[in-house]
Structure formats: structure tokens, C-alpha cells
Ligand binder design. Structure first.
Ligand SMILES: NC(=O)c1ccc[n+]([C@@H]2O[C@H](COP(=O)([O-])OP(=O)(O)OC[C@H]3O[C@@H](n4cnc5c(N)ncnc54)[C@H](OP(=O)(O)O)[C@@H]3O)[C@@H](O)[C@H]2O)c1
Length: 257
């Protein structure tokens, strides 16, 4: 049976722009009741209004997802408006480039705090109620970059690889408790994260298209959804390619996606 979003209370982190805003818009159009979390109030307010004008339901709460207290506070506020949370889409992320000289420990910490701990804090805020009632759906937005360490993307790739492994473990553990888990691993999407980055972005997708594909994967409760298939094949090949080939293909401009 396919999963329906109709009347489901869905929290999306990183909803102020890019993929998160597009996911929220499309899910609201399918009857989802949206709780939007991000840092930029003007963007969240505008999106909430747009969803309401289109006949949907949306509420927002501000949080920096790297702050545990802010995340739990924001989700608590949204729970007051939405009631029990049916689905969490942990989408907030940053794609800061690596630097090895000087060694960018601050950057690596930020990548993990936002991409990895941001996901952990959001799950912490919704999982207990899901476990209590034996129902719920946890979704992580990861990346095809999770699969192969690449020059310039080591920190970003590590943060996404952590997400993939974590979600895999949760999926196995929670499957007997009525809680579904999906990891979404897209290739390149035209958003602020890729804007102005001067390197090849093969099979780049518009956010509308990426969101539509992700939502279709969620209706089918895909465990892991890697897309587009062409870049997935390249990524799989990359996992077995020797380092010298990867070095030649690596982009000069270092920016994560
Ligand atoms: N674009 C790509 O090619 C691509 C490819 C694979 C995976 N992804 C993943 O897709 C997800 C969405 O990225 P995007 O492409 O839509 O990038 P984006 O346009 O830069 O959007 C990032 C979103 O995350 C939010 N965000 C960033 N830092 C945050 C923080 N500390 N606390 C709360 N929210 C934060 C931003 O809102 P605020 O600034 O208002 O907080 C924004 O809504 C990310 O997890 C990214 O890694 C993107």
C-alpha cells in the first residue's frame, strides 16, 4: 500500500529555501499539514503564507538545527499547532568546502553540527512519541556524496555517510515498531548550495523535479532512494575506481553538495 500524506503532520527542517521549501510546497498540495523549521524568519513566513493561500496548512518555528535546545523548542511549538508528528523530514544542511591548509577544523565541526547533529536533535524530538504509539515516518535528506570520499568534499561526504549509516541502523531497529525510515540521496540540485559553483554538475535537477521524485519514493516507502540513476551508476563506479582516476576527475572549485 502506498503512503498518503493527506492530513499527516509533517515537519521539514531547512524549509526556508531550496529543496526543503519545494518539498513543503508539494507535500502541502497533497494534503500534508506542514511544520517548517529553519533560521530565516522572513523566508519561512513567506512560504507559510503561500501554502495557506493555496489552501494548505503550514506553521513555522525558528531554530538553528545545530542547537539541541532550539530544535526541541521549535518542534514542541509546532506540535502545539499540529498535534502528534507523523513524519519528520530532516533536510537542513550546509555544503561548506574543505580546506586542508590551513586545516579547517571549524568547517568540519560545522558540517557535523548542522548536517549530522541537526538530524539527531530533530529525531530526538519526535521519536519518543512515535515509539509510544507504534507509528511514524523518519526521513533524512542525505546525498550521493555519502558513498565516495572526494577531494574537496571529505567533510561534507563524511557528514552524509554518517547519516546513511545511522538511518540504516534505525531502519532495522524500528521496522518492528511500526516506524518507517527512508534515506534520500540526490545528486546535483539547482539551489543556493550549488549556485555559482564553477564545476561540472552532471544531470543537475531543478528542485521541483527532485522534490517530486523524493515524494514519489516516500509514497513507496523506499528504504534508500539514490537518484538520478545516471549519477548513481557513476557514484557506484567511483567506489571501485582507483584514486588516480578520482583525482583527475575531481573538481577544482571545492564546494559540497
Ligand atoms: N543542492 C544539491 O545539489 C544537493 C545535493 C544533494 C543533497 N543535498 C542536500 O539537500 C538538503 C537541502 O539543501 P539545498 O540544496 O536545498 O540547500 P540550500 O538551498 O542551501 O538550503 C539549505 C536549507 O537548510 C537550512 N539551514 C542551513 N543551515 C541551517 C541551520 N544551521 N539550522 C537550520 N536550518 C539550516 C537553510 O535555511 P536557513 O538558512 O533559513 O536556516 C535552507 O532552508 C541539504 O541537506 C543538502 O545537503 C543538496
Amino acid at each position: 500500500m502506498t503512503y498518503s500524506f493527506d492530513q499527516k503532520a509533517i515537519i521539514v527542517t531547512g524549509a526556508a529555501g531550496g529543496l526543503g521549501a519545494e518539498l513543503a510546497t508539494q507535500l502541502a498540495a497533497q494534503g500534508g499539514r506542514l511544520g517548517l523549521v529553519s533560521r530565516r524568519e522572513d523566508r519561512l513566513r513567506e512560504l507559510t503564507e503561500r501554502i495557506k493561500v493555496a489552501g494548505g496548512e503550514a506553521h513555522f518555528a525558528l531554530a538553528d538545527v545545530s542547537d539541541r535546545g532550539q530544535v526541541s523548542g521549535a518542534i514542541e511549538q509546532l506540535r502545539d499547532r499540529l498535534g502528534q508528528v507523523d513524519m519528520l523530514i530532516a533536510n537542513a544542511g550546509v555544503g561548506d568546502p574543505d580546506s586542508l591548509a590551513p586545516f579547517a577544523t571549524d568547517t568540519f565541526e560545522r558540517l557535523m553540527r548542522v548536517n549530522w547533529f541537526g538530524l539527531i536533535y530533530a529525531i530526538e524530538s519526535v521519536l519518543p512519541e512515535m515509539m509510544e504509539r507504534g507509528d511514524g515516518y523518519l526521513v533524512a535528506v542525505s546525498s550521493l556524496r555519502a558513498y565516495r570520499g572526494l577531494p574537496g568534499f571529505a567533510g561534507y561526504g563524511a557528514s552524509k555517510a554518517a547519516i546513511n549509516k545511522f538511518m540504516e541502523g534505525l531502519r532495522v531497529e524500528l521496522s518492528e515498531q511500526g516506524i518507517d525510515v527512508t534515506t534520500l540521496c540526490p545528486g546535483f540540485i539547482r539551489t543556493a548550495m550549488t549556485e555559482g559553483k564553477d564545476f561540472p554538475k552532471p544531470w543537475m535537477m531543478e528542485p521541483e523535479v527532485a522534490a517530486r521524485r523524493m515524494i514519489r519514493a516516500l509514497t513507496r516507502k523506499r528504504k534508500v532512494y539514490n537518484f538520478p540513476w545516471q549519477l548513481t551508476v557513476m557514484t557506484r563506479l567511483g567506489q571501485v575506481m582507483p584514486d588516480w582516476v578520482i583525482r583527475r576527475m575531481a573538481p577544482r572549485d571545492r564546494s559540497g553538495t
